[in-house]
Structures are given as C-alpha cells and as structure tokens.
Write a protein that binds this ligand. Structure first.
Ligand code: GLU
Length: 304
C-alpha cells in the first residue's frame, strides 16, 4: 500500500474545507492557536511512519489523554473500574451535567468529562506521584521522553473551567469522587494539557492497534482483552455525541480532542493521528474527519 501517495491525495481533496469551522475558544489559551494548520501521521504495525504537513508540530491533546488515563486506571483496578464508570455511549455533549444527575453520579463512559474526572480520582488514589507517573507513561508509550504538560493551558482551563467544576461537585455529592475536588480537577486539566505531535500520538496508539503484542510498560500492563475493550469504547464513545457518525463515515476506533487532534487505529494494520484545529459544532476536527473518511475509503481498510 502506498500510504504516502494516499496521504498526499487526501490532502489535495480536503483543502477546499480548510477555512470551515473554528478552533475551541472556551479554553482561552487554545483560542491563540493558529487555526490554519493540518498534519497527519500514519504508522504501520511494522513501525514505518508516513507523514504530511505539520505532523511534527505539538498541539494540545485534550481529550485524547482520556485513552491514556483509562489504560492506566484499567491496569490498576481491572474490572472494578466499571463499578464507578459505565461503557455506554452518552448521546449528550462531552461536558453535559444533565445525564450525570439522572444516573446518580455514574458517568456513562470514561471518555466524557465526568468519566475522565472519576478516572483522574482513581489515579490520584493509587499513584504516589500521579503527575510524574502519568507523564512517564505517556512518554514511554509514545517513545518521546520530551513530551510535557503545558502549564499555561492547564492554568487557563482551570481558571475558566466552571462546568468541569460543577461536574466534579456533582460526582462528589454522589460519592463517586473520593479525593479533594480541587486536586482532581487540577490533575484532570494537567492531563488534558499535554502537548504531542501527530507522530508522537501515532506511535503511542500503535500499542492499541496491535493487541497481539504485549501492552507492557513500566507501570501499565494490560491483557490483549483489556486493550480490545479500550478499542471498543473508542469505537462507541470516542467522538462525543458524534461517535455514530464517525463510525459511519470512517469505521475506525478512535478518540478526538478539542485541540483538533484525532487518533484512530485500524487493528493489526496501522494507527493514525490527524490534527487540524478548526472544529465542527460537536467539537471534532472538520479536516480531521474528512481526512480519515478518505483514508479508509482509499485504502479500503477499516474494521468493517
Ligand atoms: N479539557 C477539555 C475539557 O474538559 C477537554 C475537552 C475535550 O477535548 O473533549 O473541556
């Protein structure tokens, strides 16, 4: 398969859409990002990478971090994690309060904010140095020891994160947060603020694409079955309340973030990350979804 040629033809086809949508601005620090950027990196199961555009530019991974935090917490708690967070698509916005109230503080899944706040609480409970331990895992899984938090983004979100604070309070009221709310929010915002490139993320997601290889890192070890289950949750819950549409158009498990990144995997074939900050109304990258739709069409490789 000539992936490089395919990436180039995809870029030509999506350029007419490059001014559609706008970047997230509800986090003030993200509003400063130049929206006119596009990068993509695809890494095959054999480890060869193909890239195009700003594939080596760091961006805010935001909710893509929820895949790493879920992997970490699943490695610690095993199936007990499902007592505190569900695995059903939410059908509501990623930061919705309403559903959480109806369901008495058990978030629908670990990829909406409520679920990720519970996962952050679990990590705080079990890790000696959560911020260092989490960063070490992200660096190890991506093979890049220079990856770091962006303190400006984390602080900016903390100062404006009223909705996430409301979610954390509701979770605490329902006794699904054990620790201190401020600490949980601080750690959650830190994890969202991590900056990575398309190539970093593409390397990291290879561990999810290849469940035949042991998922074994110094502090996180998962069985093949656990990896496949994380992939299943990416398929059903990875794109806010647009997971069905993404599945329909693209047909790959993946996770998006409001920084404009999307990481997706084609099990046992490749992982791919695309980044472009302009988002649609559901919070997903417009160029990103179009690029991945064309990728699975042109390669004829998807899970379906
Ligand atoms: N830090 C963002 C928030 O909590 C993450 C949102 C996202 O990427 O979905 O609002």
């Amino acid at each position: 398969m000539n992936y490089q040629h395919i990436l180039e033809s995809i870029y030509d086809e999506i350029r007419p859409f490059e001014k559609e949508g706008k970047q997230a601005d509800y986090i003030p620090a993200l509003a400063k990002v130049n929206p006119d950027q596009f990068g993509i990196c695809l890494t095959t199961i054999g480890g060869t990478s193909y890239k195009l555009g700003s594939a080596e530019t760091r961006f805010s991974i935001q909710s893509i971090s929820k895949v790493f935090s879920l992997a970490y917490a699943l490695g610690i708690l095993g199936d007990d994690i499902w007592r505190r967070v569900g695995k059903e698509p939410s059908g509501t916005a990623f930061n919705s309060l309403v559903q959480l109230e109806f369901e008495h503080g058990i978030p629908r899944n670990p990829f909406i904010n409520a679920g990720a706040l519970v996962v952050a609480d679990i990590l705080l409970e079990h890790l000696d140095n959560p911020e260092d331990d989490y960063l070490r895992f992200v660096r190890e899984i991506s093979g890049n020891p220079t990856i770091d938090y962006n303190i400006e983004v984390a602080t900016s979100e903390r100062e404006s994160g009223y909705l996430n604070a409301a979610i954390a309070n509701l979770l605490k009221y329902h006794k699904n947060i054990n620790g201190d709310i401020e600490k949980v929010l601080g750690f959650y915002f830190k994890m969202c603020s991590v900056e990575m490139t398309c190539c970093d993320l593409s390397h990291a997601f290879l561990a999810f694409a290849n469940h035949r290889k042991p998922f074994s890192f110094s502090s996180v070890n998962l069985t093949a079955s656990q990896v496949k289950r994380i992939n299943a949750i990416m398929q059903t819950c990875g794109f806010y309340d647009e997971a069905g549409e993404f599945s329909f158009l693209v047909g790959l498990p993946g996770k998006s973030g409001v920084g404009g990144g999307i990481s997706a995997i084609c099990p046992l074939r490749y992982s791919v990350t695309v980044w472009s900050p302009r988002l649609n109304k559901k919070g997903n990258s417009i160029m990103g979804i179009k690029a991945l739709e064309l990728l699975t069409t042109k390669t004829k490789e998807s899970i379906f």
